[in-house]
Design a protein around this ligand. Structure first.
Ligand SMILES: Nc1ccn([C@@H]2O[C@H](COP(=O)(O)OP(=O)(O)OP(=O)(O)O)[C@@H](O)[C@H]2O)c(=O)n1
Ligand SMILES: C[C@](O)(CO)[C@H](O)COP(=O)(O)O
Length: 275
C-alpha cells in the first residue's frame, strides 16, 4: 500500500518509488521512468542485459575493414568480446548490434555463443545511434524500463568477466548506474597545431571505459535528448543532471583503436592463455 502511494506521488512529481527492499529509487520524470517505478513497486527484480555496439567501420584502425572482424589470436575481435560476456552469469542475454549491411558476423562468430546471444541489424552512423537503436530492439524483445543494460564496445575485446561483475556489484543498488573507468595517470596536454600550449590539470579526471550500466528507462530518453555527438552513455546521462558512479576498470580493458593496438592486444591475449 505504501509502495503504491509512493508511486502515485511519483506519477505526479515524476520520480520516486520504493524497491522490493523498501529503499527509495529515484527517476527522472517521463513515461519510461514512471513504468520503471511501477515495476519495482510491484516487486519485479531488475535483470541485466548486455548491448554490444558492433557497427563501426574502424577508420583509425586501418585494417582494411571493420576492426571488430579482424583476427586476434585465432578469432575475430568481437568473438573474444562475446565469449567474455557469455561467462557473466548475471547477464540474461547479450544483444549484438550490427550494421544493416553486415555480411561478416555469422561467418566469424561461432554459433555456440549460445541462445542468449541476440543479434539486431540496426546499427547507425554513430556509436550513439547504434546504441539507441539497440535499446529499442531490447525493448521490443521485452526488456523492461527498470532492467539494467550494460553497453560494451565490441572493440574492447580483452574484457574479463570479473570486471563486469565488479560493475554490477557496484551499481545494482545505485540510483543512477555507472561505468568502468580509470583515473588518468599521465600529464595532460592541450594541443594546437602539434604543439603543447597548456597543461590540463589531471586531478579528478578519469578515462571512461565500458561496460557502462544504466537502466533502460533512463538511458533511452538520455540518448534521445543527447543526440549523436556523445561518445559514451555516461555523457548522455550526465547531460540530464545525473552523476554516474565511477567504478575502477583495468588498464588491460583497452579498446583496439589504432593499428598498433592489435599487436598489443594479441600479446596480452597470448599471455592470458599461457597463465
Ligand atoms: N556507427 C558506429 C560506430 C561505432 N560503433 C561501435 O562502437 C565501438 C567503439 O567505437 P570505435 O572504437 O570508435 O569504433 P569505430 O567507429 O569502428 O572506429 P573509428 O572511429 O576509428 O572508425 C566499436 O565496437 C564500434 O563497432 C558502432 O556500433 N556504430
Ligand atoms: C565508449 C568509449 O569506449 C569510452 O571510452 C569511447 O568513448 C568510445 O569512443 P569512440 O570515439 O567511439 O572510440
Amino acid at each position: 500500500m505504501k509502495a503504491r502511494r509512493r508511486v502515485e506521488a511519483g506519477r505526479r512529481g515524476g520520480w520516486e518509488a520504493i524497491d522490493s527492499r523498501r529503499r527509495p529509487v529515484r527517476w527522472p520524470a517521463g513515461r519510461h521512468a514512471q513504468s520503471a517505478a511501477m515495476n519495482i513497486a510491484i516487486g519485479l527484480e531488475p535483470r541485466c542485459f548486455a548491448l554490444v555496439p558492433c557497427a563501426g567501420v574502424g577508420v583509425r584502425a586501418g585494417v582494411g575493414g571493420p576492426k571488430q572482424y579482424h583476427p586476434l589470436a585465432g578469432r575475430a575481435v568481437v568473438a573474444h568480446t562475446l565469449a567474455a560476456l557469455r561467462q557473466v552469469r548475471r547477464l540474461s542475454a547479450t544483444l549484438v548490434v550490427l550494421s544493416p549491411d553486415d555480411d561478416r558476423f555469422e561467418a566469424v562468430v561461432p554459433e555456440h555463443l549460445g541462445e542468449q546471444a541476440w543479434v539486431a541489424r540496426c546499427g547507425g552512423a554513430s556509436r550513439a545511434e547504434t546504441v539507441a537503436n539497440g535499446l529499442a530492439a531490447l525493448a521490443a524483445r521485452g526488456v523492461q524500463p527498470h532492467d539494467w543494460v550494460l553497453v560494451h564496445d565490441a572493440a574492447r575485446c580483452l574484457l574479463q568477466p570479473a570486471w563486469v561483475d565488479r560493475l554490477i556489484d557496484a551499481c545494482q543498488d545505485d540510483e543512477v548506474g555507472g561505468l568502468l573507468a580509470l583515473p588518468v595517470a599521465d600529464t595532460l596536454k592541450q594541443e594546437v597545431d602539434g604543439r603543447a600550449v597548456a597543461t590540463v590539470p589531471r586531478a579528478g579526471k578519469w578515462a571512461a571505459q565500458t561496460p557502462q550500466m544504466f537502466r533502460l528507462g533512463l538511458l533511452r530518453p538520455a540518448l534521445v535528448s543527447a543526440g549523436e555527438a556523445v561518445t559514451d552513455e555516461a555523457s548522455a546521462v550526465e547531460a540530464l543532471g545525473h552523476a554516474p558512479r565511477l567504478v575502477r576498470g583495468d588498464t588491460l580493458n583497452l579498446k583496439v583503436t589504432w593499428p598498433e593496438d592489435f599487436r598489443l592486444a594479441e600479446r596480452l591475449l597470448h599471455t592470458a592463455t599461457m597463465a
